[in-house]
Structures are given as structure tokens and as C-alpha cells.
Design a protein around this ligand. Sequence first.
Ligand SMILES: [Zn+2]
Length: 267
Amino acid sequence: MLMLEQMLMVAWAAMLGLVVGSGINALVWRLHEGTSWVHGRSHCSHCGHMLAAKDLVPVLSWVILGGKCRYCHRPITDGPAIELATGVSFGLSMWVLYPGLLTNIVMVALWFVLMTLLLALAAYDWRWMLLPDKLMIPLVVLAGVATAYGAIVLQDWHITGGALAAAVLAGGVFWIMAAASKGRAMGGGDIKLAFAMGLMLGLQSTAVAMFIAFNVAAIAGVVLIVTKRRGRRDHIPFGPYLVLGTIIAYLYGRDIVAAYLRLGGIG
Ligand SMILES: [Zn+2]
């Protein structure tokens, strides 16, 4: 049974996620335009009109405006989708991690920051087909910090070894795919993201994340082509699917592997 305290924490985390998601929207526009952190705001992705503060209340502005841009009246989906994805990711993370929250507060806090960077990368890649180093380097460094924390503070050599092996393996496999496709199927950003995934997830959960990413991307690719929203030759950004796989695998990777082994009669 879910305790009231846990429910309140989940609701709080989800609301925090909506606000952070709104910040992610502003951040990726700023990075894209190269404007400073202080200046620059979110824009409508159709007409490029800069959005006022009243247009930026997470989800609520979108509902009040009927899902349309105040200025060009075309539907806005990207921004609210990112806010919602961040809200759900934060709420879900609190739901899963809450029981161990106080015993592992540093790792949980690190995960929330890592998730923010992952979702910002997904948002950027979705719009502009690029995983920028300004987001990727902090992700790789922080994933390394989490791994080092596991080794030094928690003395968990098993997990640390698995994380390092997974990072080299996943990064290496993506490097080979990028080289074999001459950068068409995978880019340098995907290689770095795969490396960071290994550090965050370890061997088994990295495999789960990759399985989810490749399958959802394949299904989404077919849907986009069938609905004629993208042509057969169009490049489809892979980052958002890797991020989706990473978040699910971080929270449910062990459960998924255990269920899979039970199915096979091994576990
Ligand atoms: Zn507009």
C-alpha cells in the first residue's frame, strides 16, 4: 500500500519536474541561439516569436491558450511535451526511489540532475538533430562522479566495475556503428551518450535501455513514415529514444531483467 507521505513526495517531484521541464525548454533555446544565460527566452517553434512570462507557466499556459501559440495560432506541442515528460520522469523516479531515499540521498540527487541533462539532450536532439557538447560533457562528467561515488564512498566495486565495462562496451559498439555507417546512423553525440549510459546503468540495465531504445525508435520510425510525417530517407534523431530507454532502465532495469530470466526459466 502506498503511504500518504510517499504520495505527497511523488506529487511534489512531479510538480518540480514541470518547472524544471519549463527551464529545459528555455535552456535548449538559449544554447541553440548562443544567447547568454540571463537573456534569451523560449520561442514558438513555428513563428519564432519570443514567449512572454505569461506564456511560460508550465502546462497551464498551454491549456489556457488552447494548445496554440498566442502569436501565430499554430499548435504548440514540443514545449508542453518536454514539461510533461520531465514531470512524469521526476514523479516516477520519486515513486521508485522513495523507499531508499534517505539512505542514498546523494545518489538520488545525482540521478535527478542526470535526468535533467538527459531530457535537455533529448529536447535538443528532437528539434535540431544534435547532442551538443555543452550538455553532453556535464552528463559524462556527472555520470563519472556517480560511478566514483559508488566506488569510493559506497565501496561497491561490483557495480563500479560493471559501470566501467558497460561504458566502454556501449561506447565501443556505437563507435563501430557510426564508423560503419560513416556517421549516418549514429553520430559522435550518440557515442558519448552510450558511454554515459553505461556509467549510469551498468551492464544489464544498459542492455535493457538499448533494447527499449532500438525497438521504440524502429516503431516510431515506421509510424512517422506511414503517417507521412517523415520520408524514408529523413534522418530520425536517436537521442530521445536512448534517453527514454535510460530512464526506464535506471528505474526498472533490474525488475525487467529478473522478469525476463523468470520467463526463460533461468532465474
Ligand atoms: Zn507562434
